[in-house]
Design a protein around this ligand. Sequence first.
Ligand SMILES: [Zn+2]
Length: 204
Amino acid sequence: MRVLVITAHADDLELAMGGTVKKMKDKGDIVDNVIMFDNGNRDEAIEKSTVSLGHKAIFFPRELYETDRPIIDANLVREFEDWLENNKVSATLKEYDLIVTHWKEDWHQDHRMCYDLVQSLKRNQPIGVMYMDTFPYNQKYTTFEANVWFDITVQMPAKLGAIEVFQDHIGKGWNERVKAYNFYRGSFIKTRFAEVFKLDTMIM
Ligand SMILES: [Zn+2]
């Protein structure tokens, strides 16, 4: 399976779905992370995280948008599609089996921008999409139905390791909280740790 994860920031993938990415990579899937907004000098942390989880991470180029940060309009959508089409990541949009991005009720405006981008990309069917559960910005989700569950018990140490490399940027204490949250999610499916997603469209 070829998976494209579209996140707003470096560290979003690690915090929300680091275990799932590691699990996908371990069974031979390709996972590419496009980070839409470069909000700081995190290159070294990203490098370490990709070594630990096995995915590929690439920033959406700043020169492709004129505003301070990417804002969704027809222009940006086209720039994004062209950029993928020219194989600036590793595949064209249609070659991905699944796109994962933020959910629309997320508290962070940059995260919601990714949701909007993916809604526009979906006009090029067929395209499978699911949304990540972005702790702690998920606090007031009201319509996020967790219907895809990944048992990440085995992958939890790798996830925590990947989060730790961002410690200088996001502060300490995240590992403990994320661990507790994934433990809570795991308890529903009688496993130690789990990550959840909301499925939008599945193409078989
Ligand atoms: Zn973020």
